[in-house]
Write a protein of this length. Structure first.
Length: 299
């Protein structure tokens, strides 16, 4: 089984015909046919059915397809790594929570651009579950996320820093007059969810046995929109402290007397089979350094 045979196979699948695959790979149709036949003989299976109206993959072909694509992808990565002598290069598609993109990662992006100009970064803000799922299935190369420390199937992760959470309200909210808060105080107040889908919301609500029927919930995907909603008195919110430090300092928001019973951390995750990618390795190292320096400057 050779890479060129697998490439012929995946190109036939992509184009839908042997003729179009030959044109795409700049070779003759008999060459494509020979490569597919050799692949079928090596595996002892039939990969395509020839039908009057075209071709159709067999069940064996469907099963082979993701493996073939991975082998071709890894072969290309190996070729590039060798020709670049291990120097970080290429494109990294990165997922991140919005709070991290806006309040933690901009110095890291700047550092990477200056230190590794051959690495092209593409950063996308989405919720944690979607990001990690996209890393597992290969749509993202890696992701930054806030969450508890726990095993994550198929992923390597590293902790960059603790991420303190704070419960905030507007300066005129009635809970700001309390010396302490009960669970009922919190669960009976309108909850504003910044970054809807963030994993710390689930940890928070599970810790209180939170029931959406007890009080309204306002879901917002924008951190800035959530801060404005809280400041105007619409409700309370649990947010990473780094995202509201300026507002707490100038009085636009008030810290409520409540502490989480759980801890979350800013983390970086990537697929286990991507661990030798020089660009990922460079990003892990740079992230650890930049975030550590950032945390030290704020303490």
């Amino acid at each position: 089984m050779e890479t060129r045979q697998l490439l012929a196979f995946t190109t036939v699948v992509q184009t839908g015909s042997f003729t179009k695959a030959a044109a795409t790979l700049n070779c003759s149709q008999p060459t494509i046919t020979t490569r597919i036949k050799a692949l079928e003989e090596a595996l002892g299976v039939v990969l395509f059915r020839r039908l009057p109206r075209g071709i159709q993959m067999t069940s064996a072909g469907v099963e082979l397809l993701p493996f073939a694509r991975n082998i071709i992808n890894l072969t290309e990565k190996a070729r590039k790594a060798i020709t670049m002598n291990g120097e970080p290069h290429g494109k990294l598609v990165i997922g991140s929570a919005q709070s991290l993109t806006d309040y933690r990662l901009l110095p890291l992006i700047e550092y990477m651009c200056w230190r590794y100009p051959s690495v092209q970064l593409s950063l996308h803000s989405r919720n944690t579950l979607n990001n990690l799922a996209s890393v597992r299935d290969g749509q993202l190369d890696c992701a930054f996320f806030i969450g508890a420390i726990e095993p994550r199937e198929g992923l390597e992760t590293t902790v960059l820093c603790p991420e303190p959470l704070v419960m905030v309200a507007g300066p005129n909210h009635m809970l700001t007059q309390r010396q302490s808060l009960t669970e009922d105080d919190i669960t009976s107040s309108t909850l504003i969810r910044a970054e809807n889908g963030a994993s710390y919301h689930e940890l928070f609500e599970n810790s209180l046995g939170y029931d959406d029927t007890r009080a309204p919930v306002l879901e917002l995907d924008s951190v800035d929109a959530a801060k404005r909603a809280v400041a105007s008195g619409l409700g309370i919110a649990l947010m990473p402290e780094v995202t509201v430090s300026a507002e707490l300092t100038d009085g636009r928001l008030v810290r409520l007397p409540w502490s989480a019973t759980f801890r979350v951390y800013t983390q970086f995750g990537w697929r286990q089979d991507n661990s030798t990618n020089p660009a990922v390795t460079a990003l892990v190292s740079a992230a650890a350094q930049v975030v550590s320096d950032q945390v030290a400057s704020l303490t």
